[in-house]
Ligand binder design. Structure first.
Ligand SMILES: Cc1cc2nc3c(=O)[nH]c(=O)nc-3n(C[C@H](O)[C@H](O)[C@H](O)COP(=O)(O)O)c2cc1C
Length: 346
């Protein structure tokens, strides 16, 4: 896949996710083999106003490259201005969010709302492309609802606007995260597009990743929820794509070790207070399916001292060793199966 100067064969990409793909999680996914990582989406209006929290979200380390900053907004002026600010942080490319279904975004005419205004969408895309000298890509959905799927009408408009690649989540806005992603539509997009297509939606395992490539013929794939608490998925996908079989099967020790690494990075990036607080949402997924996990989770999410959190996790690891001897630890395959039964979304 080529985007500007970037050339990666069959990239496996970490999807942008608000409150998830901060620097700490991106670094972990990178270490496990994610080829490209995206920031959380960042409001163009907030960048224009210099809101510190939004500015912080644009920071990344060279280690993460290729790294992409994603912005959203509802006007050509705001988006062009935000694009210039974002480009000054030197991401490898900029991405525009035309897919967010949330009320706080789509309700204000940004994100997926622009699927109902293809002309305006194209104008915003063109204004961003014109404002910066790095490549600009788009991430979107297949349409607003099942009755108005218009992705095939949108693609040529974005191509004419100078967009360098398009990531497509195979759902409509109305579907939010319900049902299963429609990979047939992504295959259709690939047939029609002249620019690279990145396929997204419901890749929960390495097998799903391979199936997505085969089903859609996409140039790259993008993994979101399947990586939460399970960054190992990037390594597994690589193993399957390169060697024909998966050899990484993380046990409880690996999962706990990565949770601790994630916490350390979170504290390093955000400081002790916020680094510890913001990790709370992640323990459940790292420990999912392990025995007697609810008790330990309750303690983890009440603990304010990150070193104590590490102690709790290490103690739990010792407990797990005992559970394993008693035959109470489930196989990773079972965990995965559970994991794919949808993570709870806001
Ligand atoms: C918690 C969460 C936050 C998300 N935030 C963003 C975002 O900031 N920008 C974006 O383009 N998509 C966002 N998404 C959508 C994902 O990037 C992705 O398109 C969607 O989850 C489908 O892929 P998946 O089935 O692999 O999760 C978010 C999804 C989740 C679950």
């Amino acid at each position: 896949m080529r985007i500007g100067k970037l050339h990666i064969e069959r990239p496996v990409i970490l999807a942008p996710m608000e409150d998830v793909t901060d620097r700490s999680f991106r670094k972990i996914c990178k270490r496990f083999g994610a080829d490209v990582v995206y920031t959380e989406f960042i409001s163009a209006e907030a960048l224009r106003r210099g809101v510190e929290k939004s500015v912080q979200k644009m920071l990344f380390e060279d280690y993460e490259r290729p790294a992409v900053i994603q912005i959203f907004g509802n006007s050509e002026e705001a988006m062009a201005e935000a694009a210039v600010i974002a480009a000054s942080y030197a991401p490898d490319y900029l991405d525009i969010n035309f897919g967010c279904p949330a009320k706080k975004v789509a309700g204000k005419g940004a994100g997926a709302a622009l699927l109902r205004e293809p002309e305006k969408m194209a104008r915003i895309a063109a204004s961003v492309v014109k404002a910066v000298s790095i490549p600009v890509t788009v991430k979107t959905r297949i349409g607003w609802d099942r009755e108005s799927i218009n992705i095939l009408d949108i693609i040529p408009r974005l191509e004419d606007a100078g967009i360098g690649a398009i990531a497509v989540h195979g759902r409509t806005r109305s579907e939010m995260y319900k049902g299963t992603a429609d990979w047939d539509w992504i295959a259709r997009v690939k047939e029609h597009a002249r620019i690279p297509v990145i396929a997204n939606g419901d890749i929960w395992s390495a097998r799903d990743a391979l199936a997505m490539f085969n089903h859609t013929g996409a140039d790259g794939i993008m993994i979101g929820r399947g990586s939460i608490g399970n960054p190992f998925i990037f390594k597994q996908v690589k193993e399957l794509l390169q060697g024909g079989s998966v050899v990484t099967f993380p046990g409880f020790s690996d999962r706990i070790a990565v949770a601790i690494e994630h916490l350390r990075l979170s504290v390093e990036c955000k400081g002790e207070k916020y680094g510890t607080l913001e990790m709370r949402r992640h323990y459940a997924t790292y420990l999912k399916g392990l025995p007697k996990v609810s008790r330990v989770r309750d303690r983890l999410v009440r603990e304010n001292n990150w070193q104590h959190v590490i102690e709790i996790l290490r103690d739990y690891e010792t407990d797990c060793e005992r559970y394993a001897k008693e035959g109470k630890i489930r196989e990773y395959a079972e965990y995965l199966n559970d994991h794919s039964k949808r993570l709870v979304l806001k």
